[in-house]
Design a protein around this ligand. Structure first.
Ligand code: FES
Ligand code: MG
Length: 569
């Protein structure tokens, strides 16, 4: 084994070694802890402000136990934690900030390997992005999903938030029922219990080969989640000894596997921006069009909300992600290496679907339509995405008149106005919710329908924006329109009553306005005055990229490696 990176701290003689060890000894470590033991950082996103990750101190203890068993020296450290539900204006605004925290914390400290404790949506991409830019041996332990919620004798989880709130607005659900549902939905530790973004990200890391098998679906409350954490602690020590780095696992093949698995599970559209950003950090060429091309032949195998019926708990009992990947093997790079040192094929060999209702066989898929479709047209010159499995069949090809909201405040002020000129054929257009526009590209793309149409029983309409939507949401929703309206994309030029043509099978999205008229509108367009002139958000606005590239900062793309920096004294 090469000399440990951490020996450049703890192995030093004289003043520097004294300083590096002496202060650590206030935690009660005997001298031999500092001798030739791989130092394993446990990068913890525990926070009571991130409810989905609030159980992570316990999980970290299991990881530590594993590290100690394997002869490593575990040291837990906190990084900025991003709680999807509380953070305003959107956790996505801070994904890149948290990734900087992770990157610099890993590089600056005496670490030889890292276990990334990820859970709620943005905690996974921010940790993986940061770790990629350092490229030490690293693996992910996800926190696991909540148990399925219960409400008045039926199952309930995050996707019901949208149904319940629509029901409340159309007076089909009472406040009392809402209160009861609120208490029954999040009844255990863990992240959202559907195939929303958190579960999609946990599945993404498993499909990339960045976690031990079964990481995606073991419920947070299941004791086997702790077993996985302990085994991961053991394994990271071996990875350091083998010098198995992230860049050896995160190959182009691994990314292709992740895209295909995401299609088979009906995973979140948010995986697109996060995976593009991760690829940018590790230096693997990946572009928006790859998501469409690679997922075209992949049917929906997992019957999970929001695209299907069941919950993450059910996925685990039906065999978990390895059982899905087993079915999908003909479409995967089976020889791709994973963090346990084995290939994808080896990892899934002992699994199979235990319930064809939850994990369908490849030749009898739950839905032939899946994945992410990338649209092109004059309304989205650099692309836009749609999740066909969450869309309504009758709206896949649709031409309608635009009802335009200039920003989220305009939308909130007018959507329920009885005088709003709108019908079921209208197309709702929301501007200024992209990376720079909001700022932070929030999950508002699945904007609620006008109250008066809900009352008529309308449950879906075509909606178009430069924002994202929650991975738990559904509907015929066109997202991530690029370039965004705030930088003068064609979306900025759409006016009330314009005709828009959406053709999902043909992969087109066009504003049916003459080129001359569009040119005139473009010439008259001016950007909104800057709202933020200092602080992190100013930096964000100056450096964030567009959605089709992953919305990372221009100066964060790539990595600076794991070289040890100058001594501190
Ligand atoms: Fe944390 Fe859904 S809010 S995973
Ligand atoms: Mg979310």
């Amino acid at each position: 084994m090469n000399p440990l990176r951490s020996s450049q701290w703890f192995g030093k003689k004289g003043k520097d070694g004294f300083i590096y060890r002496a202060w650590m000894k206030n935690q009660g470590f005997p001298p031999d802890e500092f001798k030739d033991k791989p130092v394993i950082g446990i990068c913890n996103t525990w926070s009571e402000l991130t409810p989905c990750n609030a159980h992570f101190r316990e999980l970290a203890e299991s990881v530590k136990r594993g590290v100690l068993q394997a002869g490593g020296f575990p040291l837990e450290f906190p990084v900025m934690s991003l709680g999807e539900t509380l953070i305003k204006p959107t956790a996505m605004l801070y994904r890149n900030l948290a990734s900087m925290d992770v990157e610099e914390s890993i590089r600056a400290n005496p670490l030889d390997g890292v276990v990334l404790l990820c859970g709620c949506d943005k905690t996974t991409p921010s940790l993986v992005m940061g770790a990629c830019s350092v490229d030490l041996p690293a693996l992910v332990v996800s926190g696991g999903a909540m148990l399925t919620g219960k409400f008045r004798g039926r199952d309930i989880a995050t996707s019901d938030v949208w149904r319940l709130t629509d029901g409340l607005r159309s007076a089909q659900v009472t406040e009392e029922e809402m209160n009861e549902a609120e208490a029954g939905m999040c009844r255990s530790r863990g992240h959202c219990a559907v195939m929303g973004t958190a579960s999609s990200m946990a599945s993404m890391v498993e499909a990339l080969g960045l976690s031990l098998p079964e990481n995606a679906a073991i419920p947070a409350a299941d004791a086997r989640r702790k077993v996985l954490a302990q085994l991961s602690g053991r394994r990271i020590v071996e990875m350091v000894r083998e010098d198995l780095r992230l860049s050896q696992v995160l190959t182009r093949e691994a990314f292709e596997n992740a895209i295909r698995v995401n299609a088979a599970i009906g995973g979140s559209s948010n995986v697109v921006v996060h995976l593009l950003a991760i690829a940018g950090r590790i230096g693997v060429p990946l572009e928006l069009a790859d998501f469409d091309r690679l997922s075209q032949k992949i049917p929906l195998l997992a019957n999970l909300q929001p695209s299907g019926q069941y919950y993450m708990e059910d996925l685990y009992y039906a065999g978990g992600l390895p059982a899905v990947m087993k079915e999908l093997l003909p479409h995967l790079h089976t020889q791709a290496l994973t963090v346990n040192g084995r290939t994808v094929a080896e990892n899934v060999a002992r699994f199979s679907s235990l319930d064809p209702d939850v994990i369908a066989p490849l030749d009898r898929p739950f839905n032939p339509l899946s994945g992410i479709i990338v649209l092109k047209g004059n309304l989205c010159e650099d692309g836009a995405v749609v999740k066909p499995s969450a869309a309504s069949p009758h709206l896949l090809q649709h031409t309608g008149k635009a009802v335009v909201f200039e920003n989220i405040d305009d939308y909130k002020a007018r959507i329920d106005d009885p005088a709003l000129v709108v019908d079921a054929n209208s197309i709702l257009v929301l501007k200024s919710v992209g990376p720079k526009g909001y700022p932070g590209m929030p999950e508002v793309g699945n904007m609620g329908l006008p109250k008066k149409l809900l009352a008529e029983g309308i449950t879906d309409m075509v909606r178009i924006s430069d924002g994202r939507m929650s991975g738990t949401a559904f509907g015929t929703v066109v997202l991530h329109v690029s370039p965004e309206s705030a930088v003068g994309g064609t979306l900025a030029l759409v006016r009330e009553g314009d005709t828009i043509a959406l053709d999902i099978p043909a992969r087109t999205l066009n504003l049916l306005v003459s080129p001359e008229e569009l040119a005139a509108r473009r010439a008259a367009w001016t950007p909104a005055p800057a709202e933020y002139t200092r602080g992190y958000v100013k930096m964000y606005l100056d450096h964030v990229g567009q959605a089709h590239t992953g919305a990372d900062f221009d100066f964060l793309v790539g990595g600076s490696g794991a070289a040890v920096l100058k001594d501190s004294h």
